[in-house]
Write a protein that binds this ligand. Structure first.
Ligand code: UDX
Length: 435
């Protein structure tokens, strides 16, 4: 199949690289000439384990190419995937579809054959209908059709998620679109049994939002249970295991922490609430989740201050991990941002270390000292906070850290260290969801 991918962000680049690795001929198009030029040199615009190697191998094999020339990229395509950004619209939380519609218009102008236009970006219910309307207006005679194929990959595990998905959701209204997408994903069913789930287009659009909202609810649920554990003397990790072994609940996404962040859950829950509001169908559980998660990020600052004895003024806090999760350089809606703000507002000085996030974090964080190592972040500090569970923080020399600190207070917001280990090293530990 000849596939054109519009947009080389996280989803576009990973999907394009993986489709080419399946053996398809893929052209990735982006307006950003510096990005395309960097990709030509093998430089990735994002940090994602294994991506540079996968891109390199498929470019060398002649199956993957990059261009800024949309018309040339679209001309011979069997399928054109739209994978441009859908950020939250300032003010109302609606998904901003400006980029999607602009891309579709350009694609429509360039179409010469009846390709399937597939939205891979997360787009609100009904967007496919609008895409269809644009096609009918701009390219009424080429016979292109529209499908929805939402992407469920996680940053940091994107390639594995793409190649070994739990399912592939395809929303289409016509047989040809279904056939083209079945063919595109055929290599998956050869290796394993990832079900292709065929639905109507609107249903597929909704599945993506429902999945993200459900996961956000699950995380927020265990976070609240963590608070209760702290109050009554329970252990949230044991509670999570105890409930998660029930297959109906499942063990995944029950790690209590500082609240979810990232480019999807915060944005998609807000956009879903907008759709719900527009249709006068209240989604009260999702509403509560958004509020509880926002409040939680701020509450983490108070937790650290409490661990330092209730006073932050004049104190120094070391922060380990800035990105919203490990194995990414993404800082969007990272809990570290709210935490650091709360500490600074209370008069503390912050020193931070992150294995990959500095470049994105620097413009977002003022008056933060960036340390060269976890040990440098801890040195002389009155508290050390683990915000993101990078592997590099899992086997730290805790005794060395305790000795180098002004006050050996460890606030472990990801429960990386067992209490006994921290105590042996001489650290005063505060975790999540244990008394
Ligand atoms: C998410 C979805 O998982 C993915 O399917 C969708 O396509 C995009 O959004 P991503 O944002 O990359 O992926 O990260 P994910 O691993 O889901 O984590 C999101 C946030 O939830 C992170 O801040 C993470 O720390 C937090 N989280 C996750 C928890 O606090 N506890 C958990 O048990 C799991």
């Amino acid at each position: 199949m000849r596939i054109t991918m519009i947009g080389t962000g996280y989803v576009g680049l990973v999907s394009g690289a993986c489709f080419s690795d399946f053996g398809h001929e893929v052209v990735c198009v982006d307006k950003d000439a510096t990005k395309i030029e960097a990709l030509h040199r093998g430089v990735m615009p994002i940090y994602e384990p294994g991506l540079a190697e996968l891109v390199g191998a498929n470019v060398r094999a002649g199956r993957l190419s990059f261009t800024t020339d949309l018309a040339a990229g679209v001309k011979d395509a069997d399928a054109v995937f739209i994978a441009v950004g859908t950020p939250s619209r300032r003010g109302d939380g609606h998904a901003d579809l400006t980029y999607v519609f602009a891309a579709v218009r350009e694609v429509a102008e360039a179409l010469t054959r009846p390709a399937v236009i597939v939205t891979k970006s997360t787009v609100p219910v009904g967007t496919g209908d609008e895409v269809e309307r644009i096609l009918a207006e701009v390219a009424p005679d080429v016979g292109a059709t529209v499908a929805s194929n939402p992407e469920f990959l996680r940053e940091g595990a994107a390639i594995a998620d793409f190649k070994r998905p739990d399912r592939v959701v395809i929303g289409a209204e016509d047989e040809r679109a279904r056939e083209v997408l079945r063919e595109i994903y055929r290599p998956l069913s050869l290796n394993q049994s990832a079900p292709l789930v065929f639905t109507g287009r609107r249903t597929a659009e909704l599945i993506k939002y429902a999945a993200n909202a459900f996961l956000a609810v699950k995380i927020t649920f265990i976070n609240e249970i963590a608070d209760l554990c702290e109050a009554v003397g329970g252990d949230v990790q044991e509670v999570a295991r105890g409930i998660g072994l029930d297959n109906r609940i499942g063990r995944k996404f029950l790690n209590a922490g500082p609240g979810y962040g990232g480019s999807c859950f915060p944005k998609d829950t807000l956009a879903l609430l907008q759709t719900a509001g527009d249709n006068e169908v209240p989604l009260r559980i999702v509403e509560a989740t958004v509020q509880v998660n926002d409040a939680r990020k701020r509450a983490m600052g108070r937790k650290v201050i409490k661990a330092m004895g209730g006073e932050a003024r004049g104190k120094t806090v070391g922060v380990l991990g800035l990105t919203f999760k490990p194995d990414t350089d993404d800082m969007r809606d990272a809990p570290s941002l709210a935490l650091i703000q709360a500490l600074q507002d209370a008069g503390a000085t912050v020193k931070a270390y992150d294995p990959e996030g500095f470049e994105q974090a620097r413009p977002m964080l003022t008056d933060v000292e960036f340390a060269a190592s976890p040990y440098a972040a801890a040195e002389g500090a009155d508290a050390l906070v683990i915000v993101t569970e990078w592997d590099a923080f899992r086997a730290l020399d805790l005794s060395r850290i305790a000795k180098s600190m002004n006050d050996p207070v460890l606030v472990d917001l990801r429960n990386v260290y067992p209490p006994e280990e921290a105590a042996r090293a001489g650290l005063k530990l505060t975790g999540i969801g244990r008394a």
